[in-house]
Design a protein around this ligand. Structure first.
Ligand SMILES: NC(=O)c1ccc[n+]([C@@H]2O[C@H](COP(=O)([O-])OP(=O)(O)OC[C@H]3O[C@@H](n4cnc5c(N)ncnc54)[C@H](O)[C@@H]3O)[C@@H](O)[C@H]2O)c1
Length: 276
């Protein structure tokens, strides 16, 4: 991401665990967090992607092999982070997997596997990090969902159900943890890394689903590249992680170019640009 950032100290003093940070959005989060002054634990199961990223980021980051579904991995990871960087005060639950199939073609195992990573994982992460955040006198937890959690579509029963659940987990956690100064929010992006989609392109995802001209967002996609949208997500997560958002908790934040705002009905007022 070759962008100049002006918030160099936004996350100074923060120790952040970012799950799913070995690649994609999580890797961009790790880079941006370090640029903003945080120390970062790159937590993922992809050692061969996470270790080189940690090397790239230097002393302010290290790679931690962590399967978000494993209670043992969480129990080991938080004390390790504390001993290396000090008290953990930010958690970004970003790791997720995708599965695309109709309900008719979805097995109970498919459904459980996705819920396990996308919903049980963040719950275990919140539970594991809470004692450290209480000791720190507060903290910020940011969950990464998807617009599918507002606006599900055919084929998304596993993924959208898990992300819808993540919105509820966010609210319950915000209610229970507010008394300790811990804020919990969820972002709902409309884009992420193509690597998540690759296994399904040409099979579950046919060409028309990738047709950018059919994108229903309020901002034309040709003016906003995928990479620029990911930067929006990263900046927004860093704002929620920082001390600049003390009144933000228990809330959903779509980052979707207006895709879930509503829709244009041609033939009603406001459907054409003003020309004079
Ligand atoms: N890709 C998209 O189009 C899109 C759209 C909206 C929201 N999102 C969300 O953005 C977030 C980041 O996804 P991405 O787009 O970068 O996809 P990605 O597949 O590139 O990244 C997901 C990361 O999670 C890791 N992961 C998977 N299972 C794990 C486990 N059990 N334990 C630890 N790590 C695990 C993967 O190894 C990978 O590094 C996800 O929460 C995703 O749901 C993605």
């Amino acid at each position: 991401m070759n962008k100049q950032f002006d918030n160099k100290d936004r996350l100074k003093g923060k120790v952040a665990v970012i799950t799913g940070a070995a690649r994609g959005v999580g890797a961009e989060l790790a880079r941006y967090f370090v640029q903003s002054g945080a120390r970062v634990v790159i937590a993922d199961i992809l050692d061969d992607r996470g270790e080189p990223l940690a090397e790239e980021l230097g002393d302010a980051a290290y790679f931690q092999h962590l399967d978000v579904t494993s209670e043992d991995d969480w129990e080991a990871a938080i004390p390790e982070a504390e001993s290396r960087f000090g008290v953990v005060n930010v958690l970004v639950n970003n790791a997720a997997i995708l599965h695309l199939a109709t309900i008719a073609d979805t097995s109970a195992d498919d459904f459980r596997r996705v819920l396990d990573v996308n919903l049980v994982g963040p719950m275990l992460g919140i539970r594991a990090v809470t004692p450290a955040m209480r000791r720190a006198g507060g903290g910020s937890i940011v969950n990464v969902a998807s617009i599918d959690a507002f606006d599900p579509h055919n084929g998304s029963v596993c993924y959208a159900s898990s992300k819808w659940g993540l919105r509820c987990l966010t609210r319950v956690a915000a209610i229970e943890l507010g008394m300790y100064g811990i804020r919990v929010n969820v972002v709902l992006p409309s884009v992420g890394s193509n690597e998540m989609l690759f296994p399904f392109i040409g099979t579950a995802i046919r060409a028309e689903a990738m047709d950018l001209d059919a994108d229903p967002s309020l901002i034309p996609t040709d003016r906003l590249l995928r990479e620029e949208q990911i930067i929006d997500v990263v900046r927004f997560v860093s704002f929620l992680a920082s001390d600049e958002s003390p009144s933000c908790t228990g809330a959903d934040y779509p980052i979707d170019r207006g895709q879930t705002a509503g829709h244009m009905i041609l033939g009603l007022p406001g459907d054409q640009p003003i020309t004079e």
